[in-house]
Write a protein that binds this ligand. Structure first.
Ligand code: NAD
Length: 320
């Protein structure tokens, strides 16, 4: 089984269905990546912040050594963490992340959030997380998004990233980026599911030639793992009557309906699971089409509820 691909504005093809690596624990991560490659996944969505890039690299290296894939068959995505937004910090940390993955270029490297935090030396703590002291203290960096984007462009010039993009940007941050970008972002990765449809943002990104990647396609489900109250306050999407009815109608699972709702509109998805049977099920989410009635019904489910907010990770008063 394989995923269809979509062409990025950088000229590279990106798989529409990939594998998400957040919350994949270190002990099982190398095996999970290996099994996902075996199941047919070619895109892996990682990040410094997930704290498992070394293990991801081990899974990839084993798959290459066993002849399952070659490096060029894979599409490896990683992200720049907030404490590395200062211009002079971008390349060194990217090189470290590449070394962890045991590769010499990322297919796509994203700014994880448009929020710059004071540098924390990796020898002090890695990954650094949100807090300067590893506990409660938030310290901002003065790096602007423009400065950071310029350093991201240098990664492309040096061959360390083939494409670059952004994550957790909203319309205004995107418009700003378009003013100074010599290389336009290839993708915009945002939280996107029937409870948070982001219709206007998706329209803007597409009109400007960016491919949108949806994260947390299953809405609250991924955040239940964090015991988040907001995630418990809405009913799980996979158990929603309308989604279950569509799954029954198309002889698919609710998860496949949720993923197809995105991919049918050219939006990439990166679901996460550690179970091989579920990996195959998620990868096989483009073999049917939802009909207009389904799309209209899902359009009515928007609650404009966002689960992944920076303010989850530090007190709101720190923002002002
Ligand atoms: P997700 O929406 O993929 O949901 C994961 C949960 O759903 C897990 O509990 C898993 O066991 C369950 N699940 C997966 N497939 C299933 C199926 N077919 N049937 C039943 N249950 C199933 O959650 P996520 O981890 O929040 O998001 C996916 C990926 O998106 C992450 O791993 C990460 O790579 C990326 N992400 C990026 C950001 C960002 O800021 N850029 C933020 C969050 C997530």
């Amino acid at each position: 089984m394989s995923s269809p691909t979509v062409k990025l504005n950088s000229g590279y093809e990106m798989p529409l269905v990939g594998f998400g690596l957040w919350k994949v624990d270190n002990a099982t991560c190398a095996d999970t990546v290996y099994n996902a490659i075996k199941a047919g996944y070619r895109l892996f969505d990682g990040a410094c912040d997930y704290g498992n890039e070394k293990e991801c690299g081990e899974g990839v290296a084993r798959a290459i050594k066993d002849g399952l894939v070659k490096r060029e068959d894979l599409f490896i995505v990683s992200k720049l963490w907030q404490t590395f937004h200062d211009e002079d910090k971008v390349e060194p940390i990217t090189r470290r992340q590449l070394a962890d993955w045991q590769v010499d270029y990322f297919d796509l490297f994203l700014i994880h959030f448009p929020v710059a935090l004071e540098y924390v030396d990796p020898s002090v703590r890695y990954p650094p997380g949100w807090h300067y002291d590893g506990d409660k203290e938030i310290r901002w960096s003065k790096a602007t998004n423009q400065e950071t984007w310029g350093a991201m462009e240098k990664l492309v010039e040096k061959g360390l990233a083939r494409s670059i993009g952004v994550s957790n940007y909203q319309a205004q941050t995107l418009y700003d980026t378009f003013k100074y970008a010599k290389i336009r972002p290839a993708t915009l990765q945002v939280e996107l599911h029937p409870y948070l449809q982001q219709t206007e943002l998706v329209r803007l990104a597409k009109a400007e030639g960016l491919v949108v990647t949806a994260y947390s396609s299953f809405g609250p489900t991924g955040f239940l793992e964090l015991d988040m109250d907001r995630a418990k306050s809405v009913s799980p999407l996979m158990e929603h009557d309308a989604i279950k009815a569509m799954a029954a109608k198309h002889n698919k699972t609710p998860a496949q309906v949720l993923l197809r709702w995105a991919t049918q509109r050219g939006i990439a998805v990166i679901p996460k699971t550690s179970r091989p049977a579920v990996m195959s099920q998620n990868l096989d989410c483009c073999s049917f089409d939802l009909d207009q009635e389904d799309m209209d019904r899902i359009a009515k489910m928007d609650l404009n509820v966002k689960f992944n907010k920076p303010t989850n990770y530090f007190p709101t008063e720190k923002l002002w």
